[in-house]
Design a protein around this ligand. Sequence first.
Ligand code: SAM
Length: 350
Amino acid sequence: MGVAEPIVAFGGQTEWEKVPTLSSHSPSRQARPHEERVGKSTLVHGNCLEWLQCRESNTIHAVVTDPPYGLREYNEVEKAKLRAGKGGVWRIPPTFDGCRRMPLPRFTTLTKKEQLAMRDFFAEWASLLFRVLVPGAHVFVASNPLVSHLVYQPLMDAGFEKRGEIIRLVQTLRGGDRPKNAEEEFHDVTVMPRSAWEPWGLFRKPCEGLVQENLRKWHTGGLRRESEDRPFTDVIACSPTRSPEREIANHPSLKPQAFMRQVVRAALPLAKGIVLDPFMGGGSTIAAAEHHGYESIGIELDRSYFDVALNAIPSLANYVPGKGGEGIQERQKPASACAVNEIVGQQLLF
Ligand SMILES: C[S@@+](CC[C@H](N)C(=O)[O-])C[C@H]1O[C@@H](n2cnc3c(N)ncnc32)[C@H](O)[C@@H]1O
């Protein structure tokens, strides 16, 4: 996938009439994408690569996003199977203890070709993103320990500085199994560690001059402190998304507000500017931005997920975490609890 030349917008923020062909993603001439306003947010139904290509340079102040790592689970064929309850790359979990669980992506291994395709996708994305961000803008990108390099390296190649990782402590269902069909024989063996954390890569577009100069000019460069006494800190314990939030926003990879609000809040150090989520899904980033009174833009390719986000964002923004048991350590909960169901799409893919 090649990166098309950026275009300059006139007066407004995007120009949709003169869009050059973007490799395999777009026709040479596009209709303006469908947009809706919710509070201080703009929701766009469209392809983020096309949107980024049209967006004016230096107009976004932070990115908080959770990309589709599988590249397969969100294609039309696989989504149709998911919605029909047929599985495909999605695994429909068995019903037991009276609880119906969310579909999970299957534990599949990416081939070399798929890894290269993913790296190319993120290379194009990172390069388009770099231009639209103001100097000093931070990018928080959700990942998992097995594929994080496939998004981190392209971000650095595009010019971003790696500034660390946010570790979300969360009990997932990835790993921890005995060798398949030889469980008895190798009773004391686990093939992979049971994963209990989720990495969020933290990147920054280089500042113009010193951080304080960049803060004055662009309102970016640092992270908003948690409080007078406590800086933003890179380990956050947060359990999977519980059913009350899922009932508000029925998206298979919905992230919990208890976590998203902490990250989104930190992303604008002076509480000024625009937060972008190019892979909006059910709208958890945008809802967190609304909660804090931040301006934001969310982009979603799939029309039905776009509609989910549109309807869910006001309620998610007002949601009171704790109602569904967020914050309770997973180890203390029964293994069969219905709530083990964020199960974070891409987390479990690999
Ligand atoms: C992992 S999910 C995001 C979930 C989201 N963080 C939430 O809490 O609901 C990734 C989303 O990106 C969307 N998507 C995939 N490719 C896209 C593209 N090129 N542009 C915009 N959205 C895209 C998928 O339809 C999917 O809803």
